[in-house]
Write a protein that binds this ligand. Sequence first.
Ligand SMILES: [Zn+2]
Ligand SMILES: [Zn+2]
Length: 151
Amino acid sequence: MPLIHLLPKLEKDFSAFEFMPATEFRWSPDEMTIYYDEQVHDDPTLLHELAHAILDHKDYLKDIGLIELERDAWEYAHSTLAPRYGIVIEEAIVQDSLDTYRDWLHARSTCPQCGATGLQIKKSDYKCIACSTLWHVNDARFCALRRYIKK
Ligand SMILES: [Zn+2]
Ligand SMILES: [Zn+2]
């Protein structure tokens, strides 16, 4: 079922949320809006974004919390939404997506000075437990980490 068929159904069934075309897939809790990449037919990711919305995913305090929200959203999309709309979400898609977040977390938490693993002390700050170096990381949003291959 291509996106063009799925989307009107989701808009009808979940009218509490806005669905807006964009250049990426993203859930915005502040705007109650699911953005979707209109150039890509990616039903699994669309359902994943909807899962963030239904599960009321908002902010997270630590980077590790973002990975938990990502995992929960995939789980809900896989077990609840996909069967309802007759869509198959391959386990490999889920694992690839979560791997992206694990790589991202690893990159953020690695000390730029000595390579040890740092502790996240604030939303955008890490501190090395080995050499006490402090470093700053940028904000990350839901799902914006994924890079899509345009079809
Ligand atoms: Zn260090
Ligand atoms: Zn997500």
